[in-house]
Design a protein. Sequence first.
Length: 285
Amino acid sequence: MVSSMTAFARLEDSGEWGHAVWEIRTVNHRYLDISIRLPEELRVLESGVRERVSDRLKRGKVECNLRYDADSILENIAVNTRLTEKIIQASRSLPVDNPAPVNPVDILRWPGVIEKNTPDLEQTGACLLVLLDRALQDIVDNRLREGEKTGRMIEDRCGLALDQVTQIRAKVPEIITALSERQMERIRELNIELDNGRMEQEIALLSQKLDVDEELDRLETHINEVRRVLAETEPMGRRLDFLMQEMNREANTLGTKSAHGDTSNASIELKVLIEQMREQVQNIE
């Protein structure tokens, strides 16, 4: 099953443990590269997050970002009364004539006046990791949906490439015969005397030079292998990338051996199809 490396998921939830938002973004990469951003008080969860991501995703650059608020559901606000009293006393001791009354809201904004709730790491961590599992499932589902479209596109291009191979294979004998007759006509025009043995040798050399059966066989084998790999359930991006390189090499050789417009055009068409597939393969896990 084809899985893309590009996806995004955002999952938000609240409970007795607080309020959290997981955002996960993945893009293509040669290997699995995980980047994790957690609030300082929850850094202890990093190893668990990394383990869960690597269990579900095998390739790609993955960015995991957690926003967490432990105080979002508190019924009462805990105030540091000792610090508040010191702030009030300090404001009254300032050498200012007719000072304005102290604004309680301004005091509450002072760092440390409102005491932050310290989360229970065991309970909170377990809830956050469950939420992460749900977000990762969304990522996997999104990557599979995108990969399904990519797989269909590659399958279509494989069919078109196989059509080109079949057409070339059918035309090669006709092309060789036509080129051989053209060669003999030139020899006759130049009034060159060649015995039958030499003539047969020249035609044999020409046929050998234009023989592309091996290239066509390998192209057909690679195309069938691409189709087989697309049906697998394991990550396949690297293998497909290798197959694209091999197919492109055979298409180039086919173009080099070409001495006829039909085979030249077919070689160009094959390279276009292979390049289209290669661009999509770069984003497959």
